[in-house]
Design a protein around this ligand. Sequence first.
Ligand code: G6P
Length: 593
Amino acid sequence: MCGIFGYFGPKKNATEIVIDGLKKLEYRGYDSWGVAYKTKDDIKIHRQIGKIGEAHLVVEDVEDIEESIAIGHSRWATHGGVTQANAHPHTTENREIVLAHNGIIENYLELKEVLVQKGHIFTSETDSEVLAHLIEEEMKNDNFLSATKKALHQVEGRYAALVISKKENKIIASRRGSPLIIGIGEDGERFIASDIPAFLKHTKKVQYLDDNELVVIDAQATTFYNLETDEKVEKRIIEIEWTEESAEKGDFKHFMLKEIMEQKETLYRAINQDAGLIEQVADAIKNAFGTYLIGCGTAGKVCMTAEYMFSSIAKKHVNTAFGSEFPNYHHFLTNKSLVIAVSQSGETADTLEALEIAKAKGAKIISIVNVETSTMARMSDIVIPIKAGPEKAVASTKATTSQLAILMLVAYAAADRLYEGKEILVSAAGQINDMLNPRYEEHIQQLAEKIQHAESMYIIGRASNYPMALESAIKLQEVSYIHAEGFAGGELKHGPIALISQGTPCIVLVGADETRKAILSNAMEIRARGGYIIGVSPQKEEVFDYWIRVPDCETASPIVNIIPVQILAYQLALLRKNDPDMPRNLAKSVTVK
Ligand code: G6P
Protein backbone atom coordinates (compact mmCIF):
# COMPACT_ATOMS: atom_id res chain seq x y z
CA MET A 1 0.00 0.00 0.00
CA CYS A 2 1.03 3.62 -0.40
CA GLY A 3 2.37 4.83 -3.70
CA ILE A 4 5.78 6.41 -4.10
CA PHE A 5 7.21 8.27 -7.06
CA GLY A 6 10.52 9.99 -7.73
CA TYR A 7 11.91 12.06 -10.63
CA PHE A 8 15.49 12.86 -11.56
CA GLY A 9 16.20 14.73 -14.78
CA PRO A 10 16.68 17.98 -16.62
CA LYS A 11 13.06 19.14 -16.69
CA LYS A 12 12.30 22.01 -14.33
CA ASN A 13 8.78 20.78 -13.59
CA ALA A 14 9.85 17.75 -11.52
CA THR A 15 7.17 18.44 -8.92
CA GLU A 16 4.45 18.49 -11.56
CA ILE A 17 5.73 15.19 -12.95
CA VAL A 18 5.73 13.66 -9.47
CA ILE A 19 2.20 14.88 -8.70
CA ASP A 20 1.01 13.50 -12.01
CA GLY A 21 2.67 10.16 -11.21
CA LEU A 22 1.14 10.09 -7.74
CA LYS A 23 -2.32 10.57 -9.24
CA LYS A 24 -1.78 7.32 -11.12
CA LEU A 25 -0.68 5.58 -7.93
CA GLU A 26 -3.58 6.79 -5.81
CA TYR A 27 -5.23 3.38 -6.04
CA ARG A 28 -2.49 2.24 -3.64
CA GLY A 29 -3.62 4.66 -0.94
CA TYR A 30 -5.35 8.00 -0.81
CA ASP A 31 -5.55 9.12 2.82
CA SER A 32 -2.99 11.89 2.31
CA TRP A 33 -0.22 12.87 -0.08
CA GLY A 34 2.93 14.91 -0.26
CA VAL A 35 5.92 15.91 -2.37
CA ALA A 36 9.44 17.13 -1.68
CA TYR A 37 11.69 18.87 -4.21
CA LYS A 38 15.23 20.09 -4.18
CA THR A 39 16.19 23.70 -4.55
CA LYS A 40 19.82 24.82 -4.84
CA ASP A 41 20.55 24.49 -1.13
CA ASP A 42 17.38 23.22 0.50
CA ILE A 43 14.52 20.76 0.18
CA LYS A 44 10.94 22.05 0.15
CA ILE A 45 8.15 19.80 1.40
CA HIS A 46 4.42 20.04 0.81
CA ARG A 47 2.00 17.61 2.51
CA GLN A 48 -1.75 17.52 2.85
CA ILE A 49 -4.51 15.15 3.87
CA GLY A 50 -7.15 13.82 1.46
CA LYS A 51 -7.01 12.72 -2.14
CA ILE A 52 -4.60 14.41 -4.48
CA GLY A 53 -7.46 15.46 -6.82
CA GLU A 54 -6.50 18.27 -9.15
CA ALA A 55 -3.54 19.47 -7.08
CA HIS A 56 -1.04 21.92 -8.54
CA LEU A 57 1.84 23.39 -6.60
CA VAL A 58 3.53 26.72 -6.88
CA VAL A 59 7.16 25.70 -7.00
CA GLU A 60 9.83 28.14 -5.88
CA ASP A 61 13.62 28.47 -6.19
CA VAL A 62 14.18 25.87 -8.90
CA GLU A 63 15.32 28.20 -11.67
CA ASP A 64 19.06 27.82 -11.09
CA ILE A 65 19.22 24.11 -10.29
CA GLU A 66 21.12 21.75 -12.60
CA GLU A 67 19.02 18.64 -12.16
CA SER A 68 15.46 18.53 -10.98
CA ILE A 69 14.90 16.12 -8.14
CA ALA A 70 11.55 15.45 -6.51
CA ILE A 71 9.93 12.62 -4.61
CA GLY A 72 6.31 12.05 -3.57
CA HIS A 73 4.01 9.75 -1.67
CA SER A 74 0.32 8.85 -1.57
CA ARG A 75 -0.52 7.26 1.79
CA TRP A 76 -2.68 4.43 3.12
CA ALA A 77 -2.39 4.92 6.87
CA THR A 78 -0.98 2.12 9.02
CA HIS A 79 1.01 3.70 11.85
CA GLY A 80 -0.61 6.91 12.96
CA GLY A 81 -3.86 8.51 11.90
CA VAL A 82 -4.67 10.49 8.77
CA THR A 83 -3.02 13.79 9.68
CA GLN A 84 -0.74 16.22 7.91
CA ALA A 85 2.07 15.39 10.33
CA ASN A 86 1.85 11.71 9.45
CA ALA A 87 1.77 12.39 5.70
CA HIS A 88 4.99 11.73 3.77
CA PRO A 89 7.66 12.78 2.81
CA HIS A 90 9.26 12.83 6.25
CA THR A 91 12.30 14.72 7.38
CA THR A 92 14.23 15.43 10.58
CA GLU A 93 14.85 18.47 12.72
CA ASN A 94 17.97 19.33 10.67
CA ARG A 95 16.21 18.62 7.37
CA GLU A 96 19.40 17.02 6.01
CA ILE A 97 17.49 14.25 4.32
CA VAL A 98 13.89 13.69 3.21
CA LEU A 99 12.25 10.33 2.73
CA ALA A 100 9.13 8.68 1.27
CA HIS A 101 8.45 5.15 2.49
CA ASN A 102 6.04 2.33 1.69
CA GLY A 103 5.90 -0.72 3.98
CA ILE A 104 6.23 -1.26 7.70
CA ILE A 105 9.37 -0.90 9.78
CA GLU A 106 8.65 -3.52 12.41
CA ASN A 107 11.35 -2.55 14.91
CA TYR A 108 10.61 1.17 14.75
CA LEU A 109 9.81 1.50 18.44
CA GLU A 110 13.20 0.12 19.53
CA LEU A 111 15.02 2.28 16.98
CA LYS A 112 13.02 5.35 17.96
CA GLU A 113 13.87 4.93 21.63
CA VAL A 114 17.60 4.97 20.88
CA LEU A 115 17.26 7.92 18.51
CA VAL A 116 15.25 9.94 21.02
CA GLN A 117 17.98 9.35 23.61
CA LYS A 118 20.45 10.74 21.09
CA GLY A 119 18.38 13.91 20.86
CA HIS A 120 16.28 13.32 17.75
CA ILE A 121 12.91 15.04 17.78
CA PHE A 122 10.02 13.19 16.19
CA THR A 123 7.07 15.03 14.72
CA SER A 124 4.89 12.16 13.47
CA GLU A 125 3.50 8.87 14.78
CA THR A 126 4.74 6.94 11.76
CA ASP A 127 7.24 4.09 11.64
CA SER A 128 8.69 5.73 8.51
CA GLU A 129 10.06 8.82 10.23
CA VAL A 130 12.46 6.56 12.15
CA LEU A 131 14.30 5.72 8.95
CA ALA A 132 14.84 9.40 8.15
CA HIS A 133 16.38 10.03 11.58
CA LEU A 134 18.42 6.86 11.39
CA ILE A 135 20.00 7.90 8.09
CA GLU A 136 20.70 11.35 9.44
CA GLU A 137 22.29 9.88 12.56
CA GLU A 138 24.58 7.74 10.40
CA MET A 139 25.42 10.79 8.28
CA LYS A 140 27.21 12.26 11.29
CA ASN A 141 30.09 9.93 10.43
CA ASP A 142 29.45 8.95 6.85
CA ASN A 143 28.43 10.15 3.44
CA PHE A 144 24.81 9.96 2.24
CA LEU A 145 25.18 6.60 0.48
CA SER A 146 27.04 4.70 3.22
CA ALA A 147 24.78 6.20 5.87
CA THR A 148 21.66 5.05 4.02
CA LYS A 149 23.10 1.56 3.59
CA LYS A 150 23.98 1.38 7.30
CA ALA A 151 20.54 2.61 8.33
CA LEU A 152 18.77 0.09 6.09
CA HIS A 153 20.77 -2.73 7.67
CA GLN A 154 19.21 -1.83 11.00
CA VAL A 155 15.56 -1.88 9.98
CA GLU A 156 13.37 -4.96 10.14
CA GLY A 157 10.24 -5.38 8.07
CA ARG A 158 9.27 -4.45 4.56
CA TYR A 159 10.06 -1.24 2.79
CA ALA A 160 10.37 0.62 -0.46
CA ALA A 161 12.04 3.93 0.25
CA LEU A 162 13.14 6.99 -1.70
CA VAL A 163 15.62 9.30 0.02
CA ILE A 164 17.05 12.66 -1.02
CA SER A 165 19.66 14.79 0.71
CA LYS A 166 20.10 18.53 0.95
CA LYS A 167 23.80 18.20 0.10
CA GLU A 168 23.90 15.78 -2.83
CA ASN A 169 22.12 15.70 -6.16
CA LYS A 170 20.85 12.16 -6.22
CA ILE A 171 17.97 9.91 -5.29
CA ILE A 172 18.81 6.82 -3.27
CA ALA A 173 16.17 4.11 -3.28
CA SER A 174 15.94 0.66 -1.85
CA ARG A 175 13.40 -2.10 -1.42
CA ARG A 176 12.66 -5.16 0.64
CA GLY A 177 9.23 -6.68 0.11
CA SER A 178 7.51 -3.62 -1.43
CA PRO A 179 7.68 -2.86 -5.16
CA LEU A 180 9.89 -0.23 -6.79
CA ILE A 181 10.57 0.06 -10.52
CA ILE A 182 12.84 2.44 -12.38
CA GLY A 183 11.78 3.99 -15.67
CA ILE A 184 14.54 5.09 -18.03
CA GLY A 185 13.53 8.17 -20.03
CA GLU A 186 15.29 10.45 -22.53
CA ASP A 187 18.13 12.90 -21.72
CA GLY A 188 19.15 11.23 -18.50
CA GLU A 189 15.64 11.29 -17.08
CA ARG A 190 14.86 8.59 -14.52
CA PHE A 191 11.56 7.84 -12.82
CA ILE A 192 11.15 5.57 -9.85
CA ALA A 193 7.74 4.36 -8.74
CA SER A 194 5.71 1.69 -6.98
CA ASP A 195 4.10 0.67 -10.25
CA ILE A 196 4.76 1.05 -13.97
CA PRO A 197 1.57 2.91 -15.07
CA ALA A 198 2.75 5.87 -12.97
CA PHE A 199 5.47 6.71 -15.53
CA LEU A 200 4.12 4.94 -18.61
CA LYS A 201 3.48 8.25 -20.41
CA HIS A 202 7.20 9.04 -20.16
CA THR A 203 8.83 5.69 -20.93
CA LYS A 204 8.32 1.97 -21.43
CA LYS A 205 11.92 1.10 -20.61
CA VAL A 206 12.25 -0.24 -17.10
CA GLN A 207 14.77 -1.70 -14.68
CA TYR A 208 13.62 -3.74 -11.71
CA LEU A 209 14.98 -3.32 -8.26
CA ASP A 210 14.97 -6.62 -6.37
CA ASP A 211 14.64 -7.20 -2.65
CA ASN A 212 17.65 -6.12 -0.59
CA GLU A 213 18.95 -3.95 -3.38
CA LEU A 214 19.68 -0.25 -3.43
CA VAL A 215 19.94 2.09 -6.38
CA VAL A 216 21.66 5.45 -6.71
CA ILE A 217 20.24 7.71 -9.40
CA ASP A 218 22.45 10.68 -10.22
CA ALA A 219 23.68 12.66 -13.23
CA GLN A 220 26.35 10.07 -14.04
CA ALA A 221 24.48 6.78 -13.82
CA THR A 222 21.90 4.49 -12.32
CA THR A 223 23.98 2.28 -10.04
CA PHE A 224 22.56 -0.82 -8.37
CA TYR A 225 24.00 -2.46 -5.25
CA ASN A 226 23.26 -5.69 -3.47
CA LEU A 227 22.74 -4.54 0.12
CA GLU A 228 23.92 -7.83 1.58
CA THR A 229 27.22 -8.12 -0.27
CA ASP A 230 27.63 -4.41 -1.05
CA GLU A 231 28.62 -5.40 -4.59
CA LYS A 232 27.40 -3.60 -7.68
CA VAL A 233 24.68 -5.40 -9.66
CA GLU A 234 24.17 -5.24 -13.43
CA LYS A 235 20.57 -4.70 -14.52
CA ARG A 236 18.95 -5.30 -17.88
CA ILE A 237 16.67 -2.68 -19.38
CA ILE A 238 13.35 -4.31 -20.22
CA GLU A 239 10.84 -2.86 -22.66
CA ILE A 240 7.31 -3.43 -21.37
CA GLU A 241 4.22 -3.99 -23.49
CA TRP A 242 1.53 -1.99 -21.65
CA THR A 243 0.31 1.14 -23.42
CA GLU A 244 -0.45 4.42 -21.74
CA GLU A 245 -4.08 4.24 -22.90
CA SER A 246 -4.55 0.85 -21.25
CA ALA A 247 -3.76 2.49 -17.92
CA GLU A 248 -6.14 5.43 -18.47
CA LYS A 249 -9.91 5.74 -18.13
CA GLY A 250 -10.52 6.84 -21.71
CA ASP A 251 -14.20 7.67 -22.24
CA PHE A 252 -15.28 5.88 -19.08
CA LYS A 253 -16.25 7.79 -15.96
CA HIS A 254 -14.52 5.28 -13.72
CA PHE A 255 -11.83 2.63 -13.99
CA MET A 256 -14.21 0.11 -12.42
CA LEU A 257 -16.73 0.37 -15.25
CA LYS A 258 -13.97 0.40 -17.87
CA GLU A 259 -12.46 -2.74 -16.40
CA ILE A 260 -15.84 -4.50 -16.17
CA MET A 261 -16.45 -3.73 -19.85
CA GLU A 262 -12.95 -4.83 -20.83
CA GLN A 263 -14.02 -8.36 -19.94
CA LYS A 264 -15.36 -8.44 -23.49
CA GLU A 265 -11.77 -9.05 -24.58
CA THR A 266 -9.67 -9.84 -21.51
CA LEU A 267 -11.18 -13.30 -21.31
CA TYR A 268 -10.00 -14.08 -24.84
CA ARG A 269 -6.51 -12.95 -23.90
CA ALA A 270 -6.53 -15.19 -20.83
CA ILE A 271 -7.76 -18.19 -22.78
CA ASN A 272 -5.30 -17.78 -25.61
CA GLN A 273 -2.46 -18.81 -23.39
CA ASP A 274 0.46 -20.90 -24.36
CA ALA A 275 -1.09 -24.38 -24.09
CA GLY A 276 2.32 -25.78 -23.13
CA LEU A 277 2.37 -23.57 -20.03
CA ILE A 278 -1.10 -24.69 -18.97
CA GLU A 279 -0.10 -28.36 -19.44
CA GLN A 280 3.08 -27.76 -17.45
CA VAL A 281 1.07 -26.44 -14.48
CA ALA A 282 -1.45 -29.30 -14.80
CA ASP A 283 1.45 -31.80 -14.73
CA ALA A 284 2.94 -30.11 -11.67
CA ILE A 285 -0.42 -30.52 -9.89
CA LYS A 286 -0.65 -34.17 -10.93
CA ASN A 287 2.86 -34.88 -9.66
CA ALA A 288 2.72 -32.91 -6.42
CA PHE A 289 2.07 -34.37 -3.00
CA GLY A 290 -0.38 -31.70 -2.02
CA THR A 291 -1.28 -28.58 -3.98
CA TYR A 292 -2.22 -25.32 -2.25
CA LEU A 293 -3.92 -22.45 -4.05
CA ILE A 294 -3.37 -19.21 -2.17
CA GLY A 295 -4.62 -15.68 -2.60
CA CYS A 296 -6.10 -12.77 -0.67
CA GLY A 297 -9.44 -10.99 -0.98
CA THR A 298 -10.94 -11.57 -4.39
CA ALA A 299 -7.99 -13.73 -5.47
CA GLY A 300 -8.70 -15.93 -2.43
CA LYS A 301 -12.27 -16.42 -3.64
CA VAL A 302 -10.92 -17.32 -7.08
CA CYS A 303 -8.83 -20.04 -5.43
CA MET A 304 -11.87 -21.39 -3.60
CA THR A 305 -13.84 -21.49 -6.86
CA ALA A 306 -10.98 -23.34 -8.54
CA GLU A 307 -11.04 -25.95 -5.78
CA TYR A 308 -14.55 -26.90 -6.94
CA MET A 309 -13.45 -26.83 -10.58
CA PHE A 310 -10.53 -29.19 -9.94
CA SER A 311 -12.84 -31.50 -8.04
CA SER A 312 -15.60 -31.69 -10.65
CA ILE A 313 -13.52 -31.40 -13.82
CA ALA A 314 -10.25 -33.15 -12.95
CA LYS A 315 -11.43 -35.30 -9.98
CA LYS A 316 -8.49 -33.83 -8.16
CA HIS A 317 -8.34 -32.36 -4.68
CA VAL A 318 -6.48 -29.11 -4.22
CA ASN A 319 -6.28 -27.17 -0.95
CA THR A 320 -6.98 -23.48 -0.70
CA ALA A 321 -5.97 -20.89 1.88
CA PHE A 322 -5.92 -17.14 2.23
CA GLY A 323 -2.39 -15.78 2.15
CA SER A 324 -2.65 -14.58 5.75
CA GLU A 325 -3.78 -18.02 6.94
CA PHE A 326 -1.35 -20.08 4.90
CA PRO A 327 1.52 -19.85 7.42
CA ASN A 328 -0.66 -22.04 9.70
CA TYR A 329 -0.32 -24.90 7.18
CA HIS A 330 3.45 -24.90 7.06
CA HIS A 331 3.52 -28.15 9.07
CA PHE A 332 2.26 -30.01 5.99
CA LEU A 333 4.71 -28.56 3.49
CA THR A 334 7.57 -30.58 2.04
CA ASN A 335 9.77 -30.30 -1.02
CA LYS A 336 7.08 -32.27 -2.88
CA SER A 337 4.36 -29.71 -2.18
CA LEU A 338 3.14 -27.32 -4.84
CA VAL A 339 2.00 -23.80 -3.99
CA ILE A 340 0.11 -21.77 -6.58
CA ALA A 341 -0.26 -18.08 -5.81
CA VAL A 342 -3.11 -16.18 -7.44
CA SER A 343 -2.75 -12.42 -7.43
CA GLN A 344 -3.57 -9.46 -9.60
CA SER A 345 -0.66 -7.32 -8.43
CA GLY A 346 1.83 -10.03 -7.52
CA GLU A 347 2.80 -7.82 -4.57
CA THR A 348 0.29 -8.64 -1.82
CA ALA A 349 2.34 -9.01 1.36
CA ASP A 350 0.32 -11.87 2.87
CA THR A 351 0.61 -13.94 -0.30
CA LEU A 352 4.31 -13.12 -0.61
CA GLU A 353 4.92 -14.22 2.95
CA ALA A 354 3.13 -17.51 2.22
CA LEU A 355 5.40 -18.06 -0.79
CA GLU A 356 8.49 -17.33 1.27
CA ILE A 357 7.44 -19.97 3.80
CA ALA A 358 6.73 -22.50 1.04
CA LYS A 359 10.03 -21.75 -0.65
CA ALA A 360 11.92 -22.24 2.59
CA LYS A 361 10.40 -25.73 2.76
CA GLY A 362 11.55 -26.47 -0.79
CA ALA A 363 8.03 -26.44 -2.29
CA LYS A 364 7.56 -25.68 -5.97
CA ILE A 365 6.07 -22.22 -6.60
CA ILE A 366 3.75 -21.24 -9.43
CA SER A 367 2.08 -17.88 -9.78
CA ILE A 368 -0.91 -16.72 -11.77
CA VAL A 369 -0.53 -12.95 -11.87
CA ASN A 370 -1.48 -9.92 -13.88
CA VAL A 371 1.76 -8.00 -13.30
CA GLU A 372 4.21 -10.28 -15.06
CA THR A 373 7.27 -8.69 -13.60
CA SER A 374 6.00 -8.55 -10.03
CA THR A 375 7.81 -9.94 -6.98
CA MET A 376 5.62 -13.04 -6.98
CA ALA A 377 6.33 -13.75 -10.61
CA ARG A 378 10.04 -13.31 -10.08
CA MET A 379 10.15 -15.77 -7.19
CA SER A 380 8.14 -18.47 -9.00
CA ASP A 381 9.28 -21.58 -10.85
CA ILE A 382 6.48 -21.14 -13.39
CA VAL A 383 4.43 -18.00 -14.12
CA ILE A 384 1.13 -17.83 -15.98
CA PRO A 385 0.41 -14.20 -16.87
CA ILE A 386 -3.32 -13.50 -17.04
CA LYS A 387 -2.76 -10.68 -19.55
CA ALA A 388 -5.70 -8.55 -18.35
CA GLY A 389 -3.79 -5.25 -18.75
CA PRO A 390 -3.52 -2.70 -15.92
CA GLU A 391 -6.31 -3.00 -13.34
CA LYS A 392 -6.63 0.27 -11.45
CA ALA A 393 -10.00 0.21 -9.63
CA VAL A 394 -9.59 -1.08 -6.10
CA ALA A 395 -12.39 -3.61 -6.62
CA SER A 396 -11.02 -6.35 -8.84
CA THR A 397 -13.18 -7.30 -11.83
CA LYS A 398 -11.41 -8.25 -15.06
CA ALA A 399 -8.46 -9.86 -13.24
CA THR A 400 -10.95 -12.07 -11.37
CA THR A 401 -12.57 -13.55 -14.45
CA SER A 402 -9.21 -13.99 -16.20
CA GLN A 403 -7.78 -15.85 -13.19
CA LEU A 404 -10.88 -18.05 -13.10
CA ALA A 405 -10.57 -18.80 -16.81
CA ILE A 406 -6.93 -19.81 -16.46
CA LEU A 407 -7.52 -22.05 -13.47
CA MET A 408 -10.42 -23.65 -15.31
CA LEU A 409 -8.12 -24.35 -18.27
CA VAL A 410 -5.58 -25.92 -15.91
CA ALA A 411 -8.34 -28.10 -14.40
CA TYR A 412 -9.31 -29.30 -17.89
CA ALA A 413 -5.66 -29.89 -18.74
CA ALA A 414 -5.29 -31.96 -15.55
CA ALA A 415 -8.19 -34.06 -16.84
CA ASP A 416 -6.44 -34.34 -20.24
CA ARG A 417 -9.34 -32.38 -21.77
CA LEU A 418 -7.72 -29.01 -22.37
CA TYR A 419 -9.32 -28.58 -25.79
CA GLU A 420 -12.82 -29.13 -24.38
CA GLY A 421 -12.19 -26.56 -21.63
CA LYS A 422 -10.96 -24.04 -24.16
CA GLU A 423 -14.07 -24.51 -26.30
CA ILE A 424 -16.37 -23.88 -23.35
CA LEU A 425 -14.41 -20.75 -22.41
CA VAL A 426 -14.25 -19.37 -25.95
CA SER A 427 -18.00 -19.78 -26.20
CA ALA A 428 -18.45 -18.09 -22.78
CA ALA A 429 -16.21 -15.19 -23.83
CA GLY A 430 -18.32 -14.68 -26.97
CA GLN A 431 -21.56 -14.70 -24.99
CA ILE A 432 -20.13 -12.30 -22.38
CA ASN A 433 -19.22 -10.00 -25.25
CA ASP A 434 -22.89 -9.96 -26.34
CA MET A 435 -24.13 -9.65 -22.76
CA LEU A 436 -22.14 -6.51 -21.93
CA ASN A 437 -24.31 -4.04 -23.82
CA PRO A 438 -26.02 -0.78 -22.70
CA ARG A 439 -29.44 -2.48 -22.32
CA TYR A 440 -27.95 -4.99 -19.93
CA GLU A 441 -26.45 -2.17 -17.87
CA GLU A 442 -29.82 -0.36 -17.82
CA HIS A 443 -31.61 -3.48 -16.62
CA ILE A 444 -29.18 -3.78 -13.70
CA GLN A 445 -29.43 -0.03 -13.08
CA GLN A 446 -33.21 -0.44 -12.53
CA LEU A 447 -32.51 -3.09 -9.93
CA ALA A 448 -29.88 -0.89 -8.25
CA GLU A 449 -32.48 1.90 -7.96
CA LYS A 450 -34.91 -0.50 -6.28
CA ILE A 451 -32.47 -1.79 -3.67
CA GLN A 452 -30.17 1.21 -3.14
CA HIS A 453 -31.47 1.87 0.39
CA ALA A 454 -31.19 -1.72 1.61
CA GLU A 455 -29.41 -2.13 4.91
CA SER A 456 -28.25 -5.67 4.21
CA MET A 457 -28.00 -7.98 1.25
CA TYR A 458 -27.33 -11.69 1.06
CA ILE A 459 -25.97 -13.76 -1.77
CA ILE A 460 -26.20 -17.52 -2.05
CA GLY A 461 -24.64 -20.10 -4.35
CA ARG A 462 -23.71 -23.75 -4.38
CA ALA A 463 -20.58 -25.59 -5.54
CA SER A 464 -18.37 -23.29 -7.66
CA ASN A 465 -20.97 -20.55 -7.30
CA TYR A 466 -20.64 -20.58 -3.52
CA PRO A 467 -17.23 -18.83 -3.51
CA MET A 468 -18.65 -16.48 -6.12
CA ALA A 469 -21.42 -15.63 -3.60
CA LEU A 470 -18.59 -14.71 -1.20
CA GLU A 471 -16.92 -12.68 -3.94
CA SER A 472 -20.26 -10.97 -4.74
CA ALA A 473 -20.43 -9.92 -1.10
CA ILE A 474 -16.91 -8.45 -1.29
CA LYS A 475 -17.81 -6.47 -4.42
CA LEU A 476 -20.97 -5.06 -2.82
CA GLN A 477 -19.23 -4.26 0.48
CA GLU A 478 -16.22 -2.63 -1.16
CA VAL A 479 -17.99 -0.05 -3.25
CA SER A 480 -21.64 0.22 -2.11
CA TYR A 481 -20.87 0.02 1.66
CA ILE A 482 -24.09 -1.98 2.07
CA HIS A 483 -23.73 -4.81 4.54
CA ALA A 484 -23.50 -7.88 2.29
CA GLU A 485 -22.77 -11.51 3.08
CA GLY A 486 -22.44 -14.61 0.99
CA PHE A 487 -23.51 -18.08 2.06
CA ALA A 488 -23.56 -21.61 0.75
CA GLY A 489 -27.21 -22.21 -0.16
CA GLY A 490 -27.41 -25.31 1.99
CA GLU A 491 -26.09 -23.51 5.07
CA LEU A 492 -28.95 -21.01 5.20
CA LYS A 493 -31.19 -23.20 7.29
CA HIS A 494 -28.41 -23.62 9.85
CA GLY A 495 -28.45 -19.99 10.94
CA PRO A 496 -28.30 -17.22 8.33
CA ILE A 497 -31.97 -17.57 7.39
CA ALA A 498 -32.78 -15.86 10.69
CA LEU A 499 -31.44 -12.66 9.09
CA ILE A 500 -34.09 -12.57 6.37
CA SER A 501 -36.98 -10.17 6.86
CA GLN A 502 -39.60 -8.57 4.61
CA GLY A 503 -37.96 -7.18 1.47
CA THR A 504 -34.33 -8.19 2.22
CA PRO A 505 -32.60 -8.37 -1.18
CA CYS A 506 -31.06 -11.82 -1.79
CA ILE A 507 -29.04 -12.60 -4.88
CA VAL A 508 -29.20 -16.20 -5.99
CA LEU A 509 -26.36 -17.36 -8.25
CA VAL A 510 -27.79 -20.29 -10.15
CA GLY A 511 -25.25 -22.76 -11.51
CA ALA A 512 -25.71 -24.29 -14.95
CA ASP A 513 -25.37 -27.77 -13.45
CA GLU A 514 -26.98 -30.30 -11.13
CA THR A 515 -26.98 -27.76 -8.27
CA ARG A 516 -29.76 -25.73 -9.97
CA LYS A 517 -32.69 -27.40 -8.27
CA ALA A 518 -31.15 -27.25 -4.82
CA ILE A 519 -30.27 -23.55 -5.01
CA LEU A 520 -33.77 -22.74 -6.26
CA SER A 521 -35.17 -24.57 -3.21
CA ASN A 522 -32.95 -22.40 -1.03
CA ALA A 523 -34.32 -19.35 -2.86
CA MET A 524 -37.84 -20.58 -2.04
CA GLU A 525 -36.90 -20.83 1.62
CA ILE A 526 -35.79 -17.19 1.58
CA ARG A 527 -38.83 -16.02 -0.32
CA ALA A 528 -41.14 -17.78 2.13
CA ARG A 529 -39.59 -15.51 4.82
CA GLY A 530 -40.21 -12.34 2.83
CA GLY A 531 -36.85 -12.07 1.00
CA TYR A 532 -36.70 -10.28 -2.37
CA ILE A 533 -35.15 -12.79 -4.76
CA ILE A 534 -32.78 -11.55 -7.44
CA GLY A 535 -31.94 -14.48 -9.69
CA VAL A 536 -28.73 -14.54 -11.73
CA SER A 537 -29.47 -17.41 -14.03
CA PRO A 538 -29.62 -18.54 -17.66
CA GLN A 539 -33.38 -19.06 -17.37
CA LYS A 540 -36.26 -17.29 -15.68
CA GLU A 541 -37.52 -19.17 -12.64
CA GLU A 542 -40.82 -18.92 -10.78
CA VAL A 543 -39.15 -17.91 -7.53
CA PHE A 544 -37.37 -14.83 -8.91
CA ASP A 545 -38.70 -11.36 -8.10
CA TYR A 546 -36.04 -9.88 -10.42
CA TRP A 547 -34.22 -11.83 -13.09
CA ILE A 548 -30.76 -11.01 -14.44
CA ARG A 549 -30.13 -13.18 -17.41
CA VAL A 550 -26.71 -14.74 -17.95
CA PRO A 551 -25.73 -17.10 -20.78
CA ASP A 552 -25.63 -20.81 -20.13
CA CYS A 553 -21.88 -21.41 -20.04
CA GLU A 554 -21.74 -24.84 -18.42
CA THR A 555 -18.67 -25.15 -16.19
CA ALA A 556 -17.80 -21.48 -16.82
CA SER A 557 -20.93 -20.46 -14.88
CA PRO A 558 -19.03 -18.76 -11.99
CA ILE A 559 -17.27 -16.56 -14.55
CA VAL A 560 -20.49 -15.29 -16.13
CA ASN A 561 -22.44 -15.08 -12.87
CA ILE A 562 -20.05 -12.68 -11.16
CA ILE A 563 -20.16 -10.09 -13.96
CA PRO A 564 -23.72 -8.76 -13.36
CA VAL A 565 -22.92 -8.48 -9.65
CA GLN A 566 -19.86 -6.39 -10.50
CA ILE A 567 -22.13 -4.08 -12.52
CA LEU A 568 -24.70 -3.96 -9.71
CA ALA A 569 -22.02 -3.05 -7.16
CA TYR A 570 -20.79 -0.27 -9.45
CA GLN A 571 -24.30 1.13 -9.99
CA LEU A 572 -25.04 1.02 -6.26
CA ALA A 573 -21.82 2.89 -5.55
CA LEU A 574 -22.87 5.67 -7.92
CA LEU A 575 -26.40 5.88 -6.53
CA ARG A 576 -25.04 6.03 -2.98
CA LYS A 577 -22.55 8.74 -4.03
CA ASN A 578 -19.47 6.63 -3.32
CA ASP A 579 -16.29 6.70 -5.37
CA PRO A 580 -16.17 3.21 -6.92
CA ASP A 581 -12.52 3.51 -7.89
CA MET A 582 -11.25 4.57 -4.48
CA PRO A 583 -13.52 3.16 -1.79
CA ARG A 584 -13.03 4.26 1.79
CA ASN A 585 -10.45 2.48 3.97
CA LEU A 586 -9.18 0.26 1.14
CA ALA A 587 -6.21 0.12 -1.19
CA LYS A 588 -5.59 -1.81 -4.37
CA SER A 589 -2.30 -3.38 -3.51
CA VAL A 590 -1.92 -4.41 0.10
CA THR A 591 1.80 -4.55 0.71
CA VAL A 592 1.53 -4.71 4.50
CA LYS A 593 0.81 -7.83 6.54
C1 G6P B 1 -6.78 -5.87 -1.95
C2 G6P B 1 -7.73 -5.44 -3.04
C3 G6P B 1 -8.54 -6.63 -3.53
C4 G6P B 1 -7.61 -7.75 -3.95
C5 G6P B 1 -6.65 -8.15 -2.84
C6 G6P B 1 -5.58 -9.11 -3.32
O1 G6P B 1 -7.50 -6.18 -0.81
O2 G6P B 1 -8.60 -4.42 -2.57
O3 G6P B 1 -9.33 -6.22 -4.65
O4 G6P B 1 -8.39 -8.86 -4.31
O5 G6P B 1 -5.97 -6.99 -2.35
O6 G6P B 1 -4.78 -8.46 -4.28
P1 G6P B 1 -3.90 -9.21 -5.37
O7 G6P B 1 -3.17 -8.12 -6.07
O8 G6P B 1 -3.00 -10.14 -4.63
O9 G6P B 1 -4.84 -9.94 -6.26
